[in-house]
Design a binder for this molecule. Structure first.
Ligand code: 5GP
Ligand code: MG
Length: 183
């Protein structure tokens, strides 16, 4: 799909192509919202967005879920030196909301190796939630074995570097309403 040439959001920065259009995303988000609604007939539901990449996805998704829920966010350091040597991910921002006894739905922008998610889940399991499931906008299916595969997936992602709809490259492109592949 061709990138709208006149998209003023891009301002001369190059993206290769639109991988997933705005319309496709909006339709899929509504379907995910319905699936999530159906999956939680009772109990307290806490939607936990992993910042920063999930911020737009979370805001659209929770408006498609037709049941009471709470929203909070967490910030983890994924790649690089911030991961402590014990192998546990560091929570840079820890949700203040109580997790105990609640259904937790972790919302992630994109699952690549799945490392980030499985570490976050290990940390959150200690707080005795009733359940933990994952909703990912995109799944690259890079890892053949994930201890916690996402229950809800928006789209299978091509193995390219993607930006837009929350995903960034050096904090750029997060505001695109579509997902694009970088040149
Ligand atoms: P994982 O721990 O699953 O290997 O990595 C997941 C994280 O890597 C995502 O939350 C995201 O921050 C980053 N990531 C992986 N693939 C991409 C991509 O194609 N584009 C962008 N912008 N970030 C990515
Ligand atoms: Mg991320």
């Amino acid at each position: 799909m061709n990138v709208p040439l006149a998209d003023p959001r891009l301002l001369g920065r190059q993206v290769k192509r639109i991988a997933i259009s705005e319309e496709e995303i909006q339709e899929r988000v509504r379907e995910l919202g319905q699936a999530i609604t159906d999956s939680y007939p009772d109990g307290e539901l806490l939607v936990l967005g992993l910042l920063k990449g999930s911020f737009i996805f979370v805001s659209d998704l929770v408006r498609s879920v037709m049941r009471p829920l709470q929203v909070d966010f967490l910030v983890v350091s994924s790649y690089g030196s911030d991961v402590v040597s014990s192998g546990l991910v560091r929570l840079v921002y820890d949700p203040e909301t109580t997790l105990e006894g609640k259904h937790i739905l972790l919302v992630e922008d994109i699952v690549d190796s799945g490392r980030t998610l499985s570490r976050v889940i290990d940390v959150l399991q200690e707080r005795q939630p009733k359940s933990i499931e994952v909703c990912a906008l995109l799944d690259k299916h890079v890892s053949t074995f994930l201890p916690h595969p996402p229950k809800f997936v928006g789209f299978n992602a091509p193995n390219e570097f993607l930006v837009g709809y929350g995903l960034d490259h050096a904090e750029n492109f997060r505001h695109l309403p579509y997902v694009a592949s970088l040149q």
